[in-house]
Design a protein around this ligand. Structure first.
Ligand SMILES: [Zn+2]
Length: 494
């Protein structure tokens, strides 16, 4: 039986403002969409936190046996500099400044994004679609919205008519804003604007002659509005209504509000059952910002190359730091916080390693099965990773008492404890062992050296001492020393 049948998950749904029992549309299957990065600069650590939260959620669903289709897009066109339908496309601007092709910008920062996430041990999403790969789908949705009477064309651009939509629908359903208040609080439209109302947003923008990123459409050459790509890609791969849509808190309005309006206007149904929003990461108590220099990139943490840090921190130590906060809480990064998290992470890893070697006895002094359920309960309660980590440390306490001979554990309980710790620390929180990279390379090294030890033993029993010495000497030459003892051969690597 699949594990999920025994676990009831509650999630905080931004749409209702409440924690709700999570029930997927199709039993055993989950569709999840998360807004991906706009690839015009190196990935921000705050964005890494958002994606890491959804990586943890993805990992937990998979562990429970759900078949998850996780779609996370790449925004490679349509995201304008001022986020409000005006200004240059962020990617086109970077391309102009660096005098390269927009697609070179996209390639460079997509590679950076993947490399960084790989260091943090992210699982790849099931589908990673791009905005430029779905222009036809976006045009089709625009046609649909125009036909339903919720969009209008002006001078080669198409705008979503928020006022018209709000007559029969609720624009503001997710963010809790009221259109009347938005109208009351906005200044008059700029004279050159084509919009009927300032709240209307672009579905299609006419490309000026100098604009490089352009596609033909029924309204002339142009490019899609930023909000539209997510509606096109989420509904294409997950259906008109799907289970979970995630993203950073800052995307709730206008981006996600507009996504709901577009899907509702074209399909006549709400696109998403559960909206999940991850909170932001601050640095030394202040909002991160490139302009004030209160900013740090993932690679600067891994190398220690930033003034606010006293040393370098491994990706797993940083991941552990992020997992120590609930994904809906603001998290503040500082050197002291990272040092404390690193200590906790190392303590957990040490306990997991030392558990392997402890002797077993005839009884266990703590209820391992009940402890295991507490770990599940923490994750079932809106993916409460800090509570889960507190439970993992309860196990660390017992492991250390067992190690010191002050408590005992049976063979069965030791196995259950070991499996549960491995599941939650590595499979669900996504940590890796100390000195181990995301590919588990230190583990692979061990397997390779053990294979060579085996071949050396075979050579010795065949009295081929030239070969056995060659294996030993050549391993030594690359820094791996074999030690022959009465229980066999071990090795150390330098
Ligand atoms: Zn999006």
């Amino acid at each position: 039986m699949q594990l999920y049948k025994n676990q009831t998950i509650k999630v905080y749904n931004s749409l209702s403002g409440k924690k709700e029992e999570f029930k997927p549309i199709n039993d055993g299957h989950i569709g999840m969409y998360v807004c991906g990065p706009t690839v015009y600069s190196n990935v921000h650590l705050g964005n890494c936190r958002t994606f890491m939260s959804f990586d943890m959620i993805f990992r937990y669903f998979k562990h429970l046996g759900y078949k998850v289709r996780y779609v996370r897009n790449i925004t490679d066109a349509g995201h304008l500099v001022d986020d409000a339908d005006e200004g240059e496309d962020k990617i086109a601007k970077k391309a102009r400044l660096e005098q390269i092709e927009p697609m070179e910008v996209v390639q460079r920062y997509t590679v950076d994004f993947h490399n960084t996430l790989q260091k943090f041990n992210f699982l790849p999403p099931s589908i990673e679609p791009t905005a430029t790969g779905h222009i036809i789908e976006q045009i089709e949705i625009i046609k649909e919205i125009i036909e339903k009477g919720f969009a209008y064309e002006v001078n080669g651009s198409v705008y979503f008519d928020v006022v018209e939509f709000n007559k029969t629908n609720d624009y503001g359903i997710l963010s809790g804003r009221k259109l009347e208040d938005m109208i009351a609080n906005t200044r008059e439209l700029a004279a050159q604007s084509d919009k009927k109302n300032p709240q209307d947003f672009a579905l299609w923008k006419k490309a000026e002659p100098e604009h490089i990123m352009r596609w033909p459409s029924p309204w002339g050459d142009g490019f899609p509005g930023w909000h539209l790509e997510c509606t096109a890609m989420s509904t294409k791969y997950l259906g008109e209504t799907f289970d979970i849509h995630g993203g950073g808190m800052d995307l709730k309005f206008p981006h996600h509000e507009c996504e709901i309006a577009q899907a509702q206007a074209s399909n006549g149904s709400a696109p998403v059952n559960y909206w999940l929003h991850a909170n932001m990461l601050t640095l030394n108590g202040k909002k991160m910002s490139k302009s004030t220099d209160n900013n740090i990139y993932p690679n600067e943490i891994f190398s220690g190359d930033n003034n606010i840090l006293s040393k370098a921190f491994s990706p797993s130590a940083v991941r552990f730091f992020m997992m120590q906060a609930h994904y809906t809480s603001i998290l503040d990064l500082s050197n002291d916080a990272l040092l404390a998290s690193e200590k906790g992470y190392l303590k957990l890893m040490e306990a997991i390693t030392s558990l392997k070697a402890v002797e077993t006895g005839s009884k266990t002094e703590f209820d391992v099965a009940a402890w295991q359920q507490k770990c599940y309960d923490a994750m079932n309660d809106d993916f409460n990773s800090p509570i889960l980590i507190a439970h993992l440390f309860e196990a660390v306490k017992h492991i250390n008492l067992i190690k010191d001979g002050k408590e005992t554990i049976t063979k069965e309980d030791k196995e259950l404890l070991e499996n549960t710790l491995n599941t939650f620390a590595f499979d669900i929180l996504g940590l890796t062992g100390v000195n181990e990279d995301a590919n588990g390379n230190s583990e692979k090294l061990e397997e390779v050296v053990n294979l060579l030890i085996q071949l050396r033993n075979d050579a010795r029993s065949n009295k081929d001492f030239a070969l056995s010495d060659q294996i030993r000497d050549q391993l030594l030459a690359i820094g791996i020393q074999l030690k022959d003892g009465k229980d066999g051969t071990t090795f150390s690597a330098s």
